[in-house]
Design a protein around this ligand. Structure first.
Ligand code: PLP
Length: 409
């Protein structure tokens, strides 16, 4: 018997993941708004813990590698009450059963590793570069094949899916990174379900606040909780959410076997971050809308990619399937040199990779060899919680200094 199976059996449905979709879980949460679920979920389930008179409101971090035997046996690589609080909350928000991993990349790797050997993974040509790296580098060992497609082109994605000979997986991101393309998630996921194709949505950019892919039939949702869920640029953590018990069990067995488990403090901080995710997303996307509109009118900017703009090719689709347009913007300036000058000139936005934090961050995405296909002057902006006018002054100042520089030779 595999260790993961064994631990699943020992823990039993009451303390383990199989059973903790109860009060405070997906079913009870279904009637509540995400803002409420983000605050209330993941506070129960511990004997004598939150909910009992005198107990702390939050599930405290439980630093433990091992636990005294009780009705169930628990070891720190199998489960931890702090992870479970986070998993309960994310499961409730996404509408499935969640598992926490050491990083987003570990969660992505776990999903790929639990696909049937020989599976062809149809994925966005501009999928997160770590995902593409796993598909190309690790695929050799795991027998997976990657097939890149423009997922905003529904016909092309469906054709790629039906051209697969053998087991297939449809891997989706929407909005895509970094070009912010919008895929027809409801349509593609319904088609995958009809043809028995496993479907995965990396929901890192949109978060469950803006879209819930499991409701459209996705087999698994993955997250880099490092980004919006944690939200404060102080942790690495990954999440998978599945509705099917067997798939969840396979992911749990994989996590237990491979050991890519999250740190207790990281799980605690990620849940703390999650409490404010809806309100952060609301403000950050409101600011993003202001900045996107102004960038579009700026003479130094050649193109703005933001799903909330009427000029965006995926605008109508985003309007139909998302609860908001998110807080990621990509905008193009004429070339890489100008883009680098903008990054060097901003004072408030932080020049760095990564995204989803309370701080606005900016980077020229084509600086990464894995993103060499991205237009050379494309700048990815993750809009944070600073005041919109301060951010605009910063961006306009940086863009203006570039123009003066160019005008002055
Ligand atoms: C960052 C990111 C990942 C990888 O997550 P880590 O937490 O950095 O390991 C996966 N998918 C997307 C869309 C990301 O932005």
């Amino acid at each position: 018997m595999e260790e993961g199976d064994e631990c699943g059996g020992h823990i039993g449905p009451d303390a383990g993941h199989g059973g903790h979709i109860g009060p405070g879980g997906a079913e009870a949460a279904a009637a509540l708004h995400p803002e409420t679920v983000a605050v209330t979920a993941g506070r129960g389930g511990l004997p004598g813990a939150p909910g009992a008179p005198g107990a702390p409101l939050n599930v405290p971090p439980t630093f433990a590698s091992t636990f005294r035997d009780a009705d169930t046996v628990r070891y720190g690589r199998w489960s931890n009450p702090t992870w479970e609080a986070l998993e309960d909350a994310l499961g409730a928000l996404e509408g499935g059963t969640a598992l926490a991993f050491s990083s987003g990349q570990a969660a992505v790797a776990a999903v790929l590793a639990t696909l049937e050997p020989g599976t062809t993974v149809v994925h966005p040509a501009d999928a997160y570069l770590g995902t593409r790296e796993l598909l190309t580098v690790a695929a050799g060992h795991s027998g997976l094949h990657g097939r890149a497609v423009d997922v905003t082109d529904t016909g092309a994605a469906l054709a790629a899916m039906s051209a697969v000979d053998g087991p297939a997986c449809l891997w989706l991101e929407s909005p895509t990174n970094p070009t912010l393309g919008i895929a027809d998630l409801p349509g593609l996921l319904a088609a995958a379900t009809r043809s028995g194709v496993t479907s995965v949505v990396d929901n890192t950019f949109a978060t469950p606040v803006l879209q819930r892919p499991l409701d459209w039939g996705a087999s698994v949702v993955v997250h880099s909780a490092t980004k919006y869920i944690g939200g404060h640029s102080d942790l690495l953590l990954g999440i998978t959410v599945a509705t099917d018990r067997a798939r969840h069990a396979a992911l749990l067995a994989h996590r237990t076997r491979e050991g890519a488990v999250p740190g207790v403090m990281e799980a605690f901080l990620a849940l703390r971050g999650l409490r404010t995710l809806p309100v952060r997303m609301e403000r950050q996307q409101a600011t993003a809308a202001v900045l996107a509109a102004r960038l579009e009118g700026h003479p130094a900017v050649t193109r703005v990619r933001y799903p909330g703009l009427a000029s965006h090719p995926g605008h109508t689709r985003a309007l139909a399937q998302m609860r908001g347009f998110g807080a990621m913007i990509a905008f193009d300036v004429p070339d890489a040199a100008v883009a680098d000058q903008v990054v060097a000139s901003v004072r408030l936005a932080v020049p760095t990779t990564s995204l989803g934090g309370v701080e606005t961050t900016i980077e020229r995405r084509s600086r990464w060899p894995g993103d060499a296909h991205v237009p050379p002057g494309l700048l990815r902006l993750s809009v944070g919680l600073e005041h919109a006018e301060d951010l605009w002054a910063d961006l306009a100042g940086a863009l203006g200094s570039v123009r003066r520089h160019a005008d002055g030779g």
